[in-house]
Design a protein around this ligand. Structure first.
Ligand SMILES: *[C@@H]1O[C@H](CO)[C@@H](O)[C@H](O)[C@H]1NC(C)=O
Ligand SMILES: *[C@@H]1O[C@H](CO)[C@@H](O)[C@H](O)[C@H]1NC(C)=O
Ligand SMILES: *[C@@H]1O[C@H](CO)[C@@H](O)[C@H](O)[C@H]1NC(C)=O
Ligand SMILES: *[C@@H]1O[C@H](CO)[C@@H](O)[C@H](O)[C@H]1NC(C)=O
Ligand SMILES: *[C@@H]1O[C@H](CO)[C@@H](O)[C@H](O)[C@H]1NC(C)=O
Ligand SMILES: *[C@@H]1O[C@H](CO)[C@@H](O)[C@H](O)[C@H]1NC(C)=O
Ligand SMILES: *[C@@H]1O[C@H](CO)[C@@H](O)[C@H](O)[C@H]1NC(C)=O
Ligand SMILES: *[C@@H]1O[C@H](CO)[C@@H](O)[C@H](O)[C@H]1NC(C)=O
Ligand SMILES: *[C@@H]1O[C@H](CO)[C@@H](O)[C@H](O)[C@H]1NC(C)=O
Ligand SMILES: *[C@@H]1O[C@H](CO)[C@@H](O)[C@H](O)[C@H]1NC(C)=O
Length: 671
């Protein structure tokens, strides 16, 4: 909004209302605005720095703060509600597409609202932004130049009203961010200048002359981004008050995967979904519409047929038996019961598609008023964690003609959402690994609480797990205690009074060093499923930083070394055809006396040491640095089994025959 405030009234205005402040007092001194009423030109009001800026002019103005409940004595724990405003103005000569502003908050701020802006990392308000935040626009994403708009501030400038909470500010302190800046590529921002009024800072970010401009684009949209999962929101047909959108989900990471995915987002402008094809919403409920503004604008609408009116719908894939349903199915790549696999496993299952009919509310009753939903989130069971960015307008997607003509149809408008995999935090994994080796008869079990622990506990969530005899890996944790205690006695290990908690993981893997001889070595991998349900088309992957180069063969799985340009030093395993089920946990043969039995899959893997002189399996080179199950990164023990050297020399044998024999022997032993 252009700023038209009379200079003499500015201070009073700020003090009284805290409501509107375009620029700080710093130009009151330089002044220059005419006294003659509100229609002076905005340029006249601008601070001198803005007038000198040939680039993007950013400001941050702090308005006010108020003590929040609870009122506490400890000043550094006191919460304050604050209000501030950030602005971006394109004062340069080229349009800024997809603006992104960094605000370096530093007072443990929690952002509660930021008008017209979303958080680039896709998180919701209220958001913890004490370490800084990057904001982007969701309706006004681009800032045009004065040249192409004849100085229309509505299109050149973005004003973000900010409210939030901050902590521990001294009584008279003015809590400003450490810095502000522009995050867009190709710009250079100096240190922001803080005016002596202290509640206002500004900065002029200029084009970096060293930045290589990409060759001029043929169209006006941003190029598509790379990421682990790419979602595309294509508007295929647009009418006055509704449009047809298609959502495509593409798995681009060789270890990415989703099972029974749930996708959710937020409608920002009161939209609702009338019908869907290829997917469904978990709730089919139109009451939000009937009692909401939708009911007022669509008086004669039959809401009983509407699919979903929630602001944050939860969308899931249709099961495969609906694939040929002429009403909800019949879409290529639809209806896979929520499974998305790496393209290495099955190219046709690396993508999923569904369509939805979206109804809009005023003021968007216009064919061209199209806004994608924001705050996308997608998750599955026992899969990687995906973190999604904000939708970015991209070049319209092109679709080959479905009738076989050599024509191409183009979407009306397209947005892309990129989601990247984030490694699980400690104690928040969904699978875990135990380590063992032929030269040590104790197994190092999965980490305590590797997959989380409930409070309150009768067990110790922080102590290391008790070492186990190998056969204890085959029984549920609850039934291991006696074995573990007995083992500790034999091995003269201390038994703590409060025993360590279980790992609580649905799936665990054991990595066992099987043999180590002069020309090669073998490992044995075992997968345990402690869940009630089976895993179809499971896969596992191990990263061996030094030893992966020597991968030779895996005996009862289908193994591949991933190409180096995908993921480094990683070997990928899946079940052989027909054996690709990892069964769920079942009752023991005699449930009264036998503990429950996990679903299990196992194989021996052989490696060569050719041209790898420095490989030392026993010092740790034979233990993986990362292990994945169905794409999820599993928790790994903090140390490896140690051995005495006598055991080592006994095992040194050679030749593939011995290797094969060991492999067969182990396979028989476990079955
Ligand atoms: C005051 O609060 C801070 C932050 O909550 C805390 O770290 C500190 O220990 C508290 N000081 C006292 C004296 O309670
Ligand atoms: C759907 O139809 C296709 C081709 O007609 C057929 O190959 C497929 O098996 C059908 N799928 C189901 C689930 O009925
Ligand atoms: C689809 O997944 C559900 C679990 O979400 C399962 O109960 C059902 O059997 C699956 N259906 C098909 C056809 O695979
Ligand atoms: C192993 O997996 C690859 C990739 O999915 C597949 O092409 C190949 O046929 C599989 N081999 C066996 C023996 O199942
Ligand atoms: C629809 O929006 C476009 C661009 O925002 C505008 O030019 C046009 O006049 C609008 N049409 C109607 C009927 O409001
Ligand atoms: C998907 O959402 C439904 C409904 O909220 C829930 O029951 C289900 O557990 C969710 N599935 C996943 C994988 O989160
Ligand atoms: C995802 O990762 C790619 C690089 O692999 C990066 O360019 C992109 O910015 C990331 N996106 C998000 C939303 O983190
Ligand atoms: C497993 O055993 C429990 C009792 O221990 C019994 O209630 C349950 O029915 C059994 N399940 C099956 C599939 O046999
Ligand atoms: C295994 O542990 C479970 C849960 O504590 C218990 O109900 C069951 O009786 C135990 N089974 C055996 C054979 O000890
Ligand atoms: C086996 O490994 C564990 C864990 O590293 C270690 O504490 C123990 O001493 C080892 N046993 C022998 C016999 O070396």
């Amino acid at each position: 909004m252009p700023c038209l405030i009379h200079t003499p009234f500015l201070l009073t205005f700020v003090l009284l209302s805290h409501l509107q402040l375009c620029f700080s007092q710093d130009y009151i001194i330089g002044g220059g605005a005419s006294d003659g009423g509100g229609d002076s030109l905005p340029e006249a009001e601008a601070p001198p720095e803005q007038n000198e800026c040939n680039g993007i002019f950013l400001t941050y103005t702090f308005f006010s703060r108020e003590k929040e409940f609870p009122h506490v004595k400890n000043a550094s724990a006191q919460a304050w509600a604050f209000r501030a405003q950030a602005t971006l103005l394109n004062a340069g000569t080229t349009e800024l597409e997809g603006w992104k502003m960094y605000i370096g908050f530093q007072h443990r701020e929690i952002l509660v609202s930021a008008s017209g802006a979303v958080l680039v990392d896709g998180s919701d308000f209220p958001a913890d932004v004490g370490k800084g935040v990057i904001l982007a626009g969701y309706t006004q994403t681009d800032l045009k130049t004065a040249i192409e708009t004849a100085g229309d501030y509505n299109q050149m400038q973005m004003t973000i009203d900010i409210t939030g909470t901050q902590f521990g500010v001294k009584k008279n302190g003015i809590p400003m961010p450490k810095t502000i800046g522009l995050e867009n590529e190709g710009f250079k921002c100096p240190q922001p200048r803080r005016h002596r009024s202290k509640s206002y800072m500004h900065i002029c970010c200029k084009k970096d002359p060293k930045f290589k401009e990409k060759p001029p684009k043929k169209t006006k949209f941003l190029p598509r981004q790379n990421g682990d999962l790419s979602l595309t929101y294509d508007v295929l047909q647009a009418y006055g008050n509704n449009y047809l959108a298609q959502v495509s989900i593409d798995n681009n990471n060789p270890l990415g995967r989703l099972d029974h995915w749930n996708l959710t987002w937020e409608w920002m402008r009161g939209e609702f979904i009338s019908t869907m094809r290829g997917a469904y919403t978990h709730r089919t409920d139109s009451s939000d519409c009937i009692f909401g503004p939708q009911g007022q604008y669509y008086q004669d609408f039959d809401f009983s047929q509407v699919m979903n009116c929630e602001k944050n719908p939860i969308i899931a894939d249709l099961p495969s038996d609906r694939a040929n349903d002429s009403k909800v199915g019949k879409l290529p790549f639809c209806c896979k019961n929520g499974t998305i696999l790496p393209s290495l496993m099955d190219q046709s299952k690396a993508r999923s598609i569904f369509q939805l009919q979206v109804y809009k509310l005023p003021p968007d009753f216009n064919r061209t008023a199209l806004y994608p939903p924001q705050k996308w989130k997608i998750n599955g069971i026992l899969n990687p964690n995906y973190k999604c960015g904000a939708p970015i307008r991209v070049e319209p997607t092109e679709f080959p003609d479905s009738t076989g003509l050599q024509a191409i149809t183009t979407a009306i408008a397209s947005w892309q959402v990129v989601c990247n995999i984030t490694a699980p935090k400690p104690k928040q994994s969904r699978c875990c690994v135990s380590f063992s080796a032929y030269y040590n008869d104790s197994v190092i079990p999965c980490n305590t609480c590797a997959c989380g622990c409930d409070e309150p506990q009768t067990c110790n969530p922080n102590s290391s797990p008790l070492l186990l005899p190998p056969e204890a890996l085959l029984v549920p944790f609850d039934n291991r205690t006696i074995k573990a205690k007995a083992w500790a006695k034999i091995k003269h290990l201390p038994i703590p009074k409060k025993l360590p908690c279980p790992d609580n993981c649905g799936v665990s893997l054991n990595w066992h060093i099987n043999s180590d001889y002069s020309s090669g070595w073998t490992a044995r991998i075992t997968l345990f499923n402690w869940e009630e349900y089976p895993f179809e088309d499971w896969f596992a992957a191990v990263q061996l930083d030094k030893a992966a180069k020597g991968y030779e063969n895996v005996y009862s799985f289908n193994g591949t070394k991933l190409p180096l340009d995908m993921i480094k030093n990683t070997i990928f395993f899946q079940g052989l055809e027909g054996l690709n089920y990892l069964m769920g946990e079942t009752n023991g043969t005699d449930p009264k006396f036998d503990p429950r039995v996990p679903g299990k899959q196992q194989s021996v893997i052989s490696f060569t040491k050719k041209n790898m002189r420095n490989l030392n399996i026993r010092e740790g080179d034979g233990f993986p640095s990362k292990v994945y199950f169905n794409g999820e990164e599993c928790a790994i023990p903090p140390h490896i089994p140690l051995g005495n050297d006598a055991a080592h020399s006994l095992q040194v044998s050679s030749g593939p025959l011995t290797l094969l024999l060991t492999a067969v022997a182990f396979f028989i032993a476990i079955n």
